[in-house]
Ligand binder design. Structure first.
Ligand code: HMG
Ligand code: MG
Length: 285
């Protein structure tokens, strides 16, 4: 039997959030619609974050209102606090994500609070999302290295991952935010995390600054992970991780997984068209 691997497309959010020039709402909607046609079951569309912090995501509500929803596709958004969740629920998001960090420096720079404060802030967000029947995903950033604090101890990643699982996240995505991890480091990190949370509740989220994202996916597959985040055309980066490249390109991940005998459900021709369009948005900014 073919083993399935889910690719969680995060390009419209993680990819576009880092673009300096404002991309038109119409282009964002067009990109999501092309991705909806490419066979994804999960697309992260936008973020309900402070527009003072990430101006590119200021049109979150308009993007959500403009996309054409396709049956079987979950349209997810980021929600850092209750205000974000309110926006997400008004926009009828199918799924929301809270995002924590395994390092204090990134937590402060990205969401303006300590790790402990963030976990307190997320508790009512998860409760309200669940009350509304909306599943919550969690992110842990800087799972190997932090742009501010240096190397992240695997135990810190395990601690935050378990905290998000205990809080009620159905899945926790482990982010190599700066994209410089090696497969050996990923393996060591997973050693600690898998002591606390099983592989079927984890996803890998690899930025690709050093070109090792596919090797890191391979290391994660060997440890039982079956869900990976990626960005069409390798768009993006994080505004609070200077110098970090985009997520590994979805087309590269899909081709790699198919070569390894995994089923992804993606239509590579349509994905290629979406990637060519996504690349024009990047070049334009
Ligand atoms: P703060 O400044 O401490 O928040 O920011 P605040 O509560 O003091 O609010 C400041 C202003 O923002 C207020 O407006 C609020 O109303 C407004 P004012 O009264 O000054 O006019 N505000 C909001 N507006 C819209 N939506 C909201 C919202 N919240 C407050 N949800 C906060 C704290 C968390 C809000 C801020 O730090 C923030 O928005 N951070 C998000 C940063 C971000 O989006 N980073 C990128 C995503 S994470 C990532 O890329 C990593 C990931 O890909 C995994 C990986 O690669 O590792 C997930
Ligand atoms: Mg990211």
């Amino acid at each position: 039997m073919t083993d399935n691997v889910k690719i969680f497309e995060v390009g419209p959010r993680d990819g576009l959030q880092n673009e300096k020039t404002q991309i038109s709402t119409a282009d964002k909607i067009a990109l999501v619609d092309m991705l909806s046609d490419s066979g994804f079951s999960k697309i992260e569309v936008t973020s309900f974050v402070s527009p003072k912090w990430v101006p590119q995501m200021a049109d979150a509500a308009q993007v959500m209102a403009g996309i054409t929803r396709r049956d079987g596709v979950t349209y997810a958004v980021l929600t850092p606090n209750l205000k974000g969740l309110e926006g997400a629920l008004e926009a009828d998001a199918d799924e929301v994500a809270i995002f924590a960090s395994a390092s204090e420096g990134f937590s402060q720079h990205n969401i303006n609070c300590s790790i402990a404060e963030s976990l307190e802030r997320f508790a009512p967000v998860v409760a309200a999302a669940k009350a509304a029947g909306v599943p919550v995903r969690g992110y842990v950033s800087c799972v190997v290295e932090c742009p501010y604090d240096g190397a992240t101890p695997p135990e810190s990643v395990a601690y935050v991952t378990k905290a998000l699982a205990d809080a009620g996240c159905y899945q926790i995505s482990l982010g190599d935010t700066i994209g410089r991890a090696t497969p050996e480091q990923v393996d060591a990190m997973l050693d600690a995390v898998l002591e606390e949370v099983p592989a079927d509740k984890l996803a890998g989220h690899f930025h690709d600054t050093s070109g090792k994202a596919i090797a890191n996916i391979s290391a994660s597959l060997a440890r039982g992970l079956r869900c990976f985040d990626s960005s069409v055309a390798g768009l993006g980066g994080c505004p609070y991780a200077p110098g970090a490249a985009g997520n590994v390109a979805t087309e590269t991940v899909a081709t790699y997984l198919m070569g390894q005998g995994f089923e992804t459900g993606l239509d590579l021709t349509k994905l290629g068209e979406a990637a060519r369009f996504a690349a024009t948005l990047r070049t334009a900014s």
